[in-house]
Write a protein that binds this ligand. Structure first.
Ligand SMILES: [Fe+2]
Length: 142
């Protein structure tokens, strides 16, 4: 699975969130690079867990930023539900891990890449015009 190369097309106009998205991109790339190097289930599992932990932190921060940016409540609720679904999706891989073999790893790597990029490019982009210039207000209450 090809490495994700960060591009300005992924920017949501918040330096704070872009930085967190870059960290998520880095973790997904680590996962795929580990597979390409022939690493086994144990390494891939620890990277998946790093993704689960960081994604939870990121979703909380992102939801708070959207709230401060006065993102419309109904859209915010829909976005929060999407984060819940995304969290469940990667949790499920962790729970099913014992039933996977090494041959499942490329498919999981592909899934993680789409999991992240689809969300940034379709859902996160919808809030970008609201969050431009609210980083300072967010960081002062975070
Ligand atoms: Fe999001």
């Amino acid at each position: 699975m090809g490495k994700i190369i960060w591009s300005s097309a992924y920017s949501v106009q918040s330096a704070f969130i872009d930085h967190q998205h870059q960290i998520l991109v880095g973790i997904v790339n680590d996962f795929n690079q580990a597979i390409a190097r022939g690493e086994g289930m144990k390494t891939a599992y620890s990277i998946l867990n790093r993704l689960i932990q960081y994604a939870e932190q990121h979703f909380r921060d992102e939801e708070k930023l959207m709230e401060i940016a006065r993102y419309p409540a109904e859209q915010l609720q829909a976005h929060i539900r999407e984060h819940e679904k995304l969290t469940e999706d990667i949790f499920r891989h962790g729970e099913n891990w014992h039933s996977y073999g090494k041959e499942a790893l490329p498919e999981i790597g592909r899934f993680l890449k789409e999991w992240l990029l689809d969300h940034i490019l379709t859902s996160d982009m919808k809030y970008s015009k609201y969050v431009a210039n609210v980083d300072d207000a967010f960081l002062s209450v975070r």
